[in-house]
Design a protein around this ligand. Structure first.
Ligand code: FAD
Ligand code: NAD
Length: 463
């Protein structure tokens, strides 16, 4: 006999899982969610998107107060860092938001279980907790167990000096020298935080470029701007090991002299989290990357068992997990619901921000799709001038024949907000001409999108 029965049980309360649970409850299902840690919100709210953005904002304010105000005629002196307060603010932001998810669960009458969930049979999960085990049955089970930091052979994590983004969200003092392994999202965002607070940051990257998922031209601009900010990049560099020696971290690099630093941040990707989940009990095999294969309804090889978010194929992004949670549940209840993977934006919250939606120039070239390209620099935009934030540009790619928007890439002020317009345009199947003919308020940064669309047709007005 089970201890409890529900229509739907979600395993994991990250953005994929908690959003799926709320949507299921909205659709009238008796819904439960099991989470192994105390707070709801998953990687994103506890140790990912939210705390990193809180620190990015605080550190940017500090850097701006130090050297960005003079140009506005604002003279400041005695700017000082109170790191403890900065970290405490970040913790408060996290606490408010994880508490908010708990309130949403309560409002939507979602049953919460605390403990490690393990699949025992189709429709049956056992939840192991300190106080004992609970058996729960549910007609549908949604696995949303997310991901964890990928390890690097030879690198010995000590949970302190050589660590992951989680440690980098809480260094107790600004490292004099920080080595970041991996020039992706985490390396550049967390590297930016500590660079702004005074650390000398060296980024070691295996590839010959930074931000591998992004358009190459945009990534090259980003590297140039970050180098100006004091980042040191060593590309084409294969790290073979890292260890703590006394009060130093020693990083070994293939064919080069070892480097030494106070701290090392390993940010070489994340891997799906399926440890102890009991997939084997149901005969669910993972793919070569450890992901759970699903069909277009997010159903695994076992009927009634679904998977969404970081634990399945696709970009490891919070909003992608959310969209999948909603589509999966709507498909179960209503029979329809889908995610347009061509319209999922990606944003790297550095300064300036880097954002993209749709295809890169390289992807279109590789697929043999003929396209036209428009570009517009922020230095020709009135609002960017007023802000004093003129670095970067917008790039738009449209089908050569139909003019349909295929990709939009932005590096510049508020790129993360600007990309929303492009995502909506792509979702609606807009042409570049649609964007060019839409009125954009003046003076706004969004005018760069209109100008870029005009440039596709050689009609940009201000450049
Ligand atoms: P997760 O958020 O990982 O949640 C999975 C949950 O399942 C966890 O709470 C875990 O405790 C629980 N769980 C796992 N196994 C079990 C089990 N057996 N039983 C019970 N519970 C279990 N993405 C963005 O879009 N924007 C960003 O700005 C961004 N910044 C990031 C910054 C950092 C430092 C990191 C690490 C990630 C960032 N991400 C960002 C990625 C984002 O956090 C993930 O893509 C997102 O959290 C995935 O959501 P999810 O629901 O699939 O999994
Ligand atoms: P990533 O995939 O973004 O970047 C990892 C980088 O490490 C790549 O450039 C890769 O080439 C490099 N690398 C891999 N092996 C290496 C090696 N041995 N030596 C040197 N470099 C190596 O991964 P991440 O930065 O760890 O982030 C993990 C995931 O979290 C990402 O997939 C991302 O989707 C998500 N995330 C998103 C955001 C955001 O949306 N703003 C922020 C942080 C994290």
């Amino acid at each position: 006999m089970p201890d409890a029965k529900h229509d739907l049980l979600v395993i994991g309360a990250g953005p994929g899982g908690y959003v799926a649970a709320i949507r299921a409850a909205q659709l009238g299902l008796d819904t439960a969610c099991v989470e192994k840690v105390r707070e709801l919100g998953g990687t994103c709210l506890r140790i990912g998107c939210i705390p990193s953005k809180a620190l990015l904002e605080s550190s940017e304010q500090y850097a701006h107060a130090q050297s960005g105000l003079g140009v506005h005629g604002v003279a400041v002196s005695g700017v000082a860092l109170d790191l403890e307060k900065m970290l405490a603010r970040k913790d408060r932001v996290v606490k408010t938001l994880t508490g908010g998810v708990a309130a949403l669960f309560h409002k939507n009458k979602i049953t919460r279980y605390r403990g490690h969930a393990r699949l025992q049979a189709p429709g049956r999960v056992v939840i192991d907790a300190a106080g004992g085990s609970t058996a729960v049955e549910a007609e549908r089970i949604v696995i949303a167990t997310g991901s964890e930091t990928a390890a690097l052979p030879g690198v010995e994590f000590d949970g302190d000096r050589i660590g992951t983004s989680t440690e980098a969200l809480a260094y107790p003092a600004v490292p004099e020298r920080l080595i970041v392994i991996g020039a992706g999202y985490i390396g550049l965002e967390m590297g930016s935080v500590w660079r702004r607070l005074g650390a000398r940051v060296t980024v070691l990257e295996y590839l010959d470029r930074i931000l591998p998922g992004m358009d190459r031209e945009i990534a090259a601009e980003a590297q140039k701007l970050f180098t100006k900010q004091g980042f040191r990049f060593r590309l084409g560099c294969r790290v073979t090991g890292a260890r703590v020696e006394g009060d130093r971290c020693i990083v070994a690099i293939d064919g080069e002299e070892p480097l030494s630093a106070d701290r090392v941040l390993v940010a070489v990707g994340r891997r799906p989290n399926t440890a102890g989940l009991g997939l084997e009990a149901l005969g669910i095999a993972t793919d070569a990357q450890g992901r759970i294969p699903v069909d277009d309804r997010y159903q695994t090889s076992v009927p009634g068992v679904f998977a969404i978010g970081d634990v399945i194929v696709g970009p490891m992004l919070a909003h992608k997990a959310e969209e999948e949670g909603i589509a999966c549940v709507e498909r179960i209840v209503t029979g329809y619901g889908h995610v347009n993977y061509d319209a999922i934006p990606g944003v790297c919250y550095t300064h300036p921000e880097v954002a993209a939606v749709g295809k890169t120039e390289e992807q279109l070239a590789a697929a043999g799709i003929a396209f036209r390209k428009g570009k517009f620099p922020f230095r020709a935009n009135g609002r960017a001038r007023s802000l004093g934030a003129v670095d970067g540009f917008v790039k738009m790619l449209a089908d050569a024949e139909t003019d349909r928007l295929l990709g939009v890439h932005v590096i510049g002020p508020r790129a993360g907000d600007l990309i929303a317009e492009a995502a909506v345009a792509i979702e609606f199947g807009a042409s570049a001409e649609d964007v060019a003919r839409s009125s954009h308020a003046h003076p706004t940064l969004a005018e760069t999108l209109k100008e870029t669309a005009l440039d596709l047709d050689g009609r940009a007005i201000h450049f």
